[in-house]
Design a protein. Structure first.
Length: 232
């Protein structure tokens, strides 16, 4: 799982969000057993359906009728709805998280650089294991599927983000936080802070979403036929 599981959604989704590693619920106690079982149940694919996977590990709150907003997902969903010029009140964010975020047939691909989930960066994990191989696969999938947007967040992995995008990110900023944008072919790559960065507010994500709305060609917001990459 740590080598071949990348996250949620479909590689053919037009919008890709890439973080350092997936978090864990408190009740999991840092144990990866349930996640490994759920991943095998889902045919050991590179990407899983977010709702189904969390149901299988017993973490139900993010997809219940009126879910709390997950702290990392919330700003990313706010940016996406702003970019798409869709309503972005709290109720809209909840509905998108519950029904659209990281689903196999949706338009958001939600992936991680490391395949080892952890409660925090302070938790002991073999984060460098499989890293070169995972970077190569992510680059290959992006080159094959050519998403409209790839947003990569977390300043500690800037070197890896530049390696994946094959660019040197400029030192552009919004509200004094990094908001580096580089376009490679049809794909726009964005390097941003982690959504849970201290003092980072909604203003940053709204401004970034508006800026991207003015720069991206959303007319190509279509999906290619779904390929079950990494499935037996």
């Amino acid at each position: 799982m740590a080598e071949h599981c990348y996250g949620y959604g479909g590689w053919d989704a037009p919008f890709c969000f890439m973080g350092l590693e997936e978090g864990m619920d408190d009740k999991e106690n840092g144990d990866l057993t349930l996640r490994a079982k759920a991943w095998r149940k889902g045919r050991s694919c590179e990407l899983s359906d977010c709702r189904r996977f969390h149901r299988d590990i017993g973490v139900l709150q993010w997809h219940q009728e009126r879910p709390p907003l997950q702290q990392t997902w919330r700003p990313l969903i706010l940016l996406l709805l702003t970019l798409l010029d869709l309503p972005s009140e709290e109720s809209d964010l909840r509905e998108y998280q519950k029904s659209q975020w990281g689903i196999v047939t949706g338009e958001s691909c939600v992936i991680e650089l490391s395949g080892f989930p952890a409660k925090s960066l302070g938790m002991l994990r073999e984060r460098e294991r499989f890293l070169p191989a995972r970077i190569n696969v992510i680059k290959q999938r992006i080159n094959e599927q050519r998403p409209i947007l790839v947003l990569m967040y977390g300043k500690t992995r800037k070197k890896e983000w530049e390696q994946i995008a094959n660019v040197k990110f400029p030192d552009d900023r919004i509200d004094d936080f990094t908001a580096a944008i580089s376009k490679v072919g049809v794909t726009t790559f964005v390097f941003s802070p982690h959504p849970q960065t201290r003092k980072l507010t909604n203003s940053y994500w709204v401004k970034l979403g508006l800026k991207l709305r003015g720069e991206l060609d959303l007319s190509s917001r279509t999906r290619q036929p779904l390929k079950a990459f990494g499935c037996p």
